[in-house]
Design a protein around this ligand. Sequence first.
Ligand SMILES: Cc1cc2nc3c(=O)[nH]c(=O)nc-3n(C[C@H](O)[C@H](O)[C@H](O)COP(=O)(O)OP(=O)(O)OC[C@H]3O[C@@H](n4cnc5c(N)ncnc54)[C@H](O)[C@@H]3O)c2cc1C
Length: 459
Amino acid sequence: MKYDVVIVGSGPGGYVAAIKAAQQGAKVAIVEKESIGGVCLNWGCIPTKALLKSAKVYKTFMHSEDYGITIADKSKIKVNFSDVIKRKDSVVSKLTGGVKVLLNKNGVEVFNGLGTIVDKNTVKVNNETLTTKNIIIATGASPVIPPIPGVKESMEKGIILTSKEILSLKDIPNELVIIGGGVIGIEFATVFSTFGTKVTILERMDRILVNVDNDIRNDYLKILKKNNINILTEANVVGVENNEVTYEYQHKKAKVKADKILMSVGMRPNTNGFENLGINITRTGIEVNDKMQTNIPNVYAIGDVTGKIMLAHVASAQGLVAANNIVGKEEKMQYSRIPACIYGMPEIAMVGMTEEEVKAKNIEYKVGKFSIAANGKSLADGETEGFIKVIADKKYGELLGVHILAANATELISQSVTTMELEGTVFEIANSVHPHPTLSEIVMEAAHSVIDRPIHALK
Ligand SMILES: Cc1cc2nc3c(=O)[nH]c(=O)nc-3n(C[C@H](O)[C@H](O)[C@H](O)COP(=O)(O)OP(=O)(O)OC[C@H]3O[C@@H](n4cnc5c(N)ncnc54)[C@H](O)[C@@H]3O)c2cc1C
């Protein structure tokens, strides 16, 4: 066998696994049919955050008087959208360039082309045959395109876009309909509504962001509405004709027109081509055990293709587990303390159980909340929307869930992840001296709120 491991797919699952295995002396090859870095670096996590940053800068300029700065003629403030896209592209190429260097310097051999798994020890790419002791399938997922009449035609005309094509728009659309009220839909809604697009979200379920704690969602919905994002739930899209979307809403048919339509109803694991390998594949992805092995022990699968939790940091964590098991260090993946983030304005970040989940499990619990508006740094920053909610076990105060709606919430959640990893309690958080003034003080204040009362809040 020429390689210890051949990895198919170079997203945050594949490239992390490759580097980890190589760091430990394995001979590694990685096969990528498009761009190193996968969806996350090229068309997902990173480019969306670059666009959000441009949107935030624009918003700050438009509200400059809130900070005591007068711009004489605001009509002269223009979004040069092609430059916004260029900046996004340059961020992506810096990061993917960095990953290429890391792969190279760690001695990982990179093959550009479609990887075909011939059998459990053989991967073909272009005209080469790679023989290997282990394989990691890290092929990710692709946007679901529902079989709704007219969707295919509008896609061919460039009216309906997926999260990939919308990242390379030439102009800001005047009107955008987003089909699907999940995280991806909400992030694009935030970007484009900030740039002035009239955004309508059509969601088939009775609520958007299904995994979010109800209290957080309810407050967030008010903020989205205030930002002129029109959200219709229980709105079932039944047809598209060119730029017009027909949907059923409150037992009636209704129509909405837009110059662009974003289809973001979910992602489907890329399992095509692996049907004859003998691994178990279900509708939700490739089945794996907690060492990331498929039913064929030397064939592993990681990331979105496993359909577990479709997040980049989960793919990377699974990649580390697979690489370590391959080099002989037994390690298991656990999913109970995975943080999840939504990068709107403000942001949402959460880890552990929602209050609804805690209730459903009949766990005795206490809740502590703290308003962002009562935090000094947030006031100074002029970003006071939201709150934090800490859910703790009633008897010992062990952290069960933390949910934050705030500017920079995504930067705040890791403290709670670590605390949970250590099986820590609200007492440890409350007793840890937090630097002042920081947004992180809200975590301490909410912990105090679980125990008795925070200093900076009235009963
Ligand atoms: C718009 C958007 C925003 C997102 N934002 C976030 C975020 O903020 N945070 C977060 O955690 N997650 C985010 N995600 C999800 C995140 O991108 C994925 O969870 C992550 O990319 C999964 O990593 P992966 O390694 O499993 O696969 P991917 O990143 O999908 O990479 C798979 C790679 O495999 C390649 N490939 C597939 N088949 C083959 C083959 N046969 N041969 C060779 N190569 C192949 C593909 O070309 C691709 O490069 C976002 C997703 C989208 C679409």
